[in-house]
Design a protein around this ligand. Structure first.
Ligand code: M6R
Length: 614
């Protein structure tokens, strides 16, 4: 949540910061601000409620000159979205300015103590406490900014990635992290910092991922220096970014979400590259062979995740149970971490997270590791916190996902979970070589099947017009299609703000059937699988109550075609691969309904791409 950017060098900082904020806007867009050390020596802070474009508008006639600065785009936690609560925050004497991503849990205690010492606050945020504390320590102890930051962070409980600038030292930014991401880009005579690498990749591919409890001294002319809270210098591990600027642009599409939906043939090809080899006869998933004993001896697998990643995990459960015959539990990370779980060294915990930064998922795996479980991570963002805190794992390799509604990451996660299940099944001998080879050969064709499914775009766009003004939607599925129903409902509600519920189709009779009437559309995911006949009954039950049914069926379907009001026919694939195909029309349907309603699909209200707070 929240995005921070910083620049120190010879270029115009404002332009770099604003561009960076646009790239990070997916992390939060309640308000935004910049702080720039001006050539006259003061720190100019400009802030504005709303999106980054509001800030740009506000800054049009302002003095934004200067080549050192920090900036922030906010997702409010403490204090409503307003100009006053927007970052950067000044110290009372306006000598320093700070941006922060995270939450300061003990801010109340610190704030009360500072008020008692005469400090005056301008905002309701937890962040302002930090800048006032740093300034208080700096002036009372007559110490350097970095010393004051260190001391302040020793007193702070919570999560943070911060960047601080000081009027007196215009060529340096002090940055630090704990449980919130922070990346530093190293250029020639200039440095960048940001919550992720997307604002940096345009300028340099050399980056350093700051670790928890490290403080970075980011200067124009000095090499990067990292120290810990005990004042010991820590090592610098420079990594090379592997994505390019073109992957961060819309590429002719009106929205990132649509671009990402249409990218799926490519992203799925990238996802299986090097993993499905010899025509599908060999499945290689990193971390599985290295931790062979763990997967061979696992008495149980627990998958922890949130949101869309939780839906992908539920599909993972069906896959692993079916293919590997290991009991699997799927937990919301936020519940798991507080449920006093019973864990031991024969448990394998799999964390699934697109961003690799979700606070609850990170906390869940830290807890699992402490309890002795083996932790395997599946993430998209290379170098993010979750992969760095697991015993082993793999990336989905679908490229940066910018749209807040997850699409290509979902299909990538399901694909990796499928491959993982196959690799474990092969290890444990729970599936025959022939069965595995057959699925392997079909997986190679999946990018083409997805491409074929995307040809339904116009049909779905037309269909969306009929349902744009529905107030409620029900999504039903059985078996592998049940998590797809959950995901379809989540996609619709998060971008169109229409209430939608996903349900196991058979459970409909135990409650939701009461909602069905002529006004209530039901989307039924009904591919040709072993539960097909059962779901035909469910379609009939909805129709008998005058509900209208949109059914996602397999090409050549005969029965449902005659009962449902609208059918969307998708390519025929093995049952375990159906979620990757059937989820695509649901992504398009929610996209078009939201567009028809005039909603901002890439930045839906109240949401942010990565949820790095509890
Ligand atoms: O980065 P993660 O996969 O851990 O994020 C989990 C959820 O916050 C995320 O999937 C969220 O539900 C999306 N907005 C769904 O589209």
């Amino acid at each position: 949540m929240c995005g921070i950017v910083g620049y120190v060098g010879d270029r115009n900082a404002y332009e770099i910061l604003i561009k960076g904020l646009h790239r990070l806007e997916y992390r939060g867009y309640d308000s935004a601000g910049v702080a720039i050390v001006s050539p006259s020596g003061r720190i100019n802070v400009y802030k504005s409620r709303g999106k980054v474009s509001n800030l740009e508008h506000y800054c049009k006639d302002k003095d934004t000159a200067g080549s050192t600065g920090i900036a922030h785009t906010r997702w409010a936690t403490h204090g409503e979205p307003s100009d006053r609560n927007a970052h950067p925050h000044y110290s009372e004497d306006e000598e320093i300015a700070l941006v922060h991503n995270g939450t300061i849990e003990n801010y109340k205690v610190l704030k009360d103590a500072l008020i008692q010492n005469g400090c005056k606050f301008q905002s309701e945020t937890d962040t302002e406490v930090l800048v006032q504390l740093i300034e208080y320590i700096r002036t009372n102890n007559d110490c350097s900014l970095v010393e004051a930051v260190k001391e302040a962070l020793r007193q702070v409980v919570g999560a943070y990635a911060i960047a601080v600038i000081e009027k007196g030292h215009p060529d340096t930014i002090i940055a630090a992290r704990k449980s919130s991401p922070l990346v530093i880009g190293i250029g020639e005579g200039e440095m960048f910092l940001a919550s992720d690498a997307t604002p940096i990749v345009e300028y340099t591919k050399d980056v350093v991922y700051v670790k928890d409890n490290e403080i970075a001294i980011v200067s124009k002319n000095e090499p990067l220096k990292l120290v810990n809270l005990n004042n010991e210098e820590t090592s610098i591990d420079v990594k090379t970014l592997e994505f390019s600027i073109s992957q961060l642009e819309k590429g002719g599409y009106p929205h990132f979400m649509l671009k990402e939906i249409f990218e799926q043939p490519t992203t799925l090809r990238d996802c299986i590259r090097g993993r499905v080899v010899e025509g599908g006869k060999n499945i290689i998933v990193s971390g599985v062979l290295d931790s062979k004993d763990k997967f061979l001896n696992a008495k149980r697998i627990i998958i922890v995740a949130c949101g869309t990643s939780w839906h992908a995990s539920l599909i993972g459960k069906y896959l692993i149970q079916d293919m590997c015959r290991i009991p699997v539990e799927v937990e919301y990370a936020s519940e798991f971490r507080y449920s006093n779980p019973v864990l031991d060294e024969r448990d394998v915990v799999i964390a699934v997270s697109q961003s690799g930064e979700t606070a609850d998922t990170l906390a869940a795996i830290q807890m699992a590791r402490e309890a002795g479980a083996y932790v395997y991570g599946i993430s998209n963002v290379v170098g993010s916190s979750i992969p760095r805190n697991t015993d082993s794992g793999t990336y989905i390799h679908v490229g940066p996902e910018i749209g807040v509604a997850s699409t290509k990451a979902f299909t990538g996660q399901v694909m990796v979970l499928t491959l993982l299940a196959m690799a474990i099944a092969d290890l444990r001998g729970t599936m025959s070589k022939e069965e595995l080879d057959k699925i392997g050969a079909e997986i190679i064709r999946i990018p083409d099947y997805v491409k074929q499914t995307l040809e339904l775009n116009e049909q779905i766009e037309r269909l969306s017009l009929i349902f744009t003004y529905a107030h409620n939607f029900l999504y039903l599925g059985r078996g592998y299609s049940y998590p797809v129903a959950l995901e379809g409902a989540l996609k619709l509600k998060e971008i169109s703000y229409i209430h939608a519920e996903g349900y196991p189709a058979a459970e409909m009779k135990h409650g939701p059937i009461a909602l069905i009437d002529a006004e209530m559309p039901t989307v039924i995911i009904a591919p040709n699988d072993h539960l097909y006949e059962k779901i035909v009954n469910n379609v009939q039950q909805v129709k008998a109550r005058h509900g209208s049914v949109i059914a996602i069926v397999t090409e050549g379907d005969k029965e449902i075609k005659n009962i449902a009001d609208y059918v969307i026919e998708v390519p025929d694939v093995p049952e375990c691969l159906t979620p990757i195909i059937t989820s695509v029309p649901l992504q398009l349907l929610s996209y078009y309904i939201a567009i028809n309603k005039g909603k901002n699909v890439d930045m839906p209200r109240n949401l942010a791409k990565s949820v790095t707070v509890e």
